[in-house]
Design a binder for this molecule. Structure first.
Ligand code: GLN
Length: 570
């Protein structure tokens, strides 16, 4: 069999195509990831692919308001945030092959055309673009001896102009495969109209019609609803949409997105998938997942952690951070209430107003100068008041600036990202970034190793001296200030193996203060919380217990002044 020939599909691999209808944001990604989890937990090999219809080559150059978080993988690719769901639910690391955009497809086809590869032919959406889409789908099964299921999620909503080539490609794959090797799952909305006291099926019917007009008959309908679908509504939807009643699945709004797989399991959705695709029937072993969801919902402690950033109105910009807190909370028998604070409000009204009743502060990654001074003020407040702190990427850089200004008395310390004529650029441009002109895909991206120092909170958390974490930045700690800052008490507890880059900073005499140049949130998994998030939440729990039994910050200050007195008198 010629693997390059797009019409030859290895028999062993089956495909689940997930499309969406009626409105966006129905949770196609969570649906795909939940199905993947249930199949993987039956011992099947599952791969996932997100096809994004936009023309950007990747979301790396897009504003978070447009696209939400950019999810960076080990291999340095900047991908859609659904890849985060895939990694978290499937508990497996993705690569650049797991996210393909129209921009990439067109780029490949047009580059081929420029090279003359099409031998004078007219290059068209069908067949050239669609063939390339099929190649990207089939690429996933080529590198392993046995891939049982490839789940392909098509971004956008059926009816959009730009997703048409993707839908045409998946229609063709259905035609080229055995009928039982493909399953088309359509995620739709069944709204409840309070005035009529009814669930309305018409939008789903229209959406299925739109899909049929492109030649795709869905096999399964996953219906987002506020309440479970009654049997008569399921029957009605099945009848009008030409889908078997048991293949109409309710996707009710749940308390946490991690319940979705359990909810699907209760409806035997995975049994239906295996039966349709001719896969062996067995019970998925989801005990660890059930336990995790149980821990999420039942907790002994409640902590308040402030997140101070630029896009606080848009939670999708910080998706993985929110999820990492859920994982870390479950591991600490705690519920983490996130308090979103705009860094500009902190600058205007002072940090104390927003932070005095919190148990921890997290400053996330970010770009651009807006709100930076508020972040610096908030770091000073938590450092001086013994409130646990985790700084991520820009958050770590702000912690270095704050420490330089306040403790090391380098008054005008700042980052070269914001001002070019600085006297003290304690954060500066990385050497290999100096001549970079293009914005897309040119940062320090992906997994890099770091070694941790003894007697550090980092080593205590990770429990191992060599770690690997994902990066996405252009600026870094300026080594010219190493001695000055270390002498003032800053601890550089994680560095690149050749000692050239500072990856982690901590401060002395503080309950828990860690800044990292990388993005730990990208590697947190439900049943394997990230060690830094886990320990940060543990510190916040200790702080909240102290806070409730008296003034934690006063106690911290008193303890510290005692220490200083002792040092002075010694
Ligand atoms: N803007 C900073 C840099 O490029 C931080 C990036 C980030 O927080 N991801 O270095």
């Amino acid at each position: 069999m010629n693997a390059e020939n797009t019409t030859d599909l290895p028999k062993a691999t089956t495909y689940i195509f997930v499309t969406g209808g009626v409105v966006s944001s129905l949770g196609k990604g969570i649906t795909a990831a939940s199905m993947g989890l249930l199949l993987k937990k039956r011992g099947l090999t599952v791969k996932a692919l997100k096809l994004d219809p936009y023309l950007n080559v990747d979301p790396g150059t897009m504003n978070p308001y447009q696209h939400g978080e950019v999810y960076v993988l080990d291999d340095g690719s900047e991908t859609d945030l659904d890849l985060g769901h895939y990694e978290r639910y499937l508990d497996q690391s993705m690569t650049r092959d797991n996210n393909v955009t129209s921009g990439q497809i067109y780029h490949t086809v047009i580059s081929r055309e420029r090279r003359g590869d099409y031998l004078g032919g007219t290059v068209q959406v069908v067949p050239h673009i669609t063939e390339e889409i099929k190649n990207c789908i089939k690429r996933l099964e080529r590198d392993e001896s046995q891939v049982d299921v490839v789940i392909v999620e098509i971004g956008g909503t059926v009816g959009d102009i730009e997703s048409l080539p993707f839908l045409e490609a998946i229609r063709q794959i259905g035609l080229e495969c055995e009928r039982s090797d493909t399953l088309y799952v359509h995620v739709t909305l069944v709204p409840y109209l309070a005035a009529a006291g009814e669930m309305k099926t018409k939008p789903t019917q229209h959406s299925v019609k739109a899909l049929l007009s492109i030649g795709i008959q869905p096999d399964v309908l996953v219906c987002r609803t506020e309440k479970p679908l009654p049997d008569d509504i399921k029957k009605k939807i099945g009848l009008f949409c030409n889908v078997r009643g048991k293949a109409v699945i309710s996707a009710v709004d749940v308390e946490t997105i991690y319940e979705v797989p359990l909810y699907f399991r209760d409806q035997k959705f995975d049994d239906l998938v295996c039966e349709s695709l001719g896969l062996p029937q067995s019970e998925p072993d989801i005990e660890d997942w059930r336990e995790f969801v149980g821990n999420l919902k039942n907790y002994q402690h409640r902590v308040k952690i402030a997140i101070c950033g630029k896009y606080v109105e848009l939670k999708d910009a910080y998706k993985s951070i929110i999820e990492a807190f859920a994982h870390a909370g479950a591991a600490n028998d705690a519920r983490v209430d996130l308090i979103w604070v705009s860094s500009e409000d902190i600058k205007k009204n002072g940090a104390e107003k927003f932070l005095k009743d919190t148990d921890g502060l997290l400053i996330p990654g970010g770009f651009g100068e807006r709100g930076v001074e508020g972040k610096i003020d908030s770091i000073r407040y938590v450092r001086e008041n013994g409130i646990p702190f985790l700084g991520i990427c820009l958050g770590m850089q702000c912690a270095v600036i704050e420490f330089a200004r306040t403790v090391a008395a380098i008054e005008d310390a700042h980052s070269y990202e914001f001002y070019r004529d600085l006297k003290h650029p304690v954060i500066h441009l990385m050497a290999d970034q100096e001549n970079v002109a293009d914005l897309g895909g040119t940062m320090r991206l992906g997994a890099y190793p770091a070694k941790l120092s003894k007697d550090s909170l980092a080593l205590k958390a990770y429990g191992t001296q060599l770690i690997s974490e994902r990066h996405r930045h252009r600026y870094e700690f300026n080594n010219s200030y190493r001695d000055q800052l270390v002498n003032a008490g800053l601890k550089l507890t994680g560095v690149s193996p050749d000692d050239s880059l500072v990856e982690i900073v901590e401060v002395e005499d503080h309950p828990w203060f860690v800044g990292v140049q990388y993005h730990p949130e990208l590697k947190s998994r439900p049943t394997r919380p990230h060690p830094l998030f886990r320990d940060f939440v543990a510190a916040a729990v200790r702080n909240s217990i102290k806070r409730k039994s008296g003034d934690a910050s006063m106690a911290f200050k008193a303890e510290n002044s005692e220490k200083t007195d002792n040092v002075e008198s010694a």
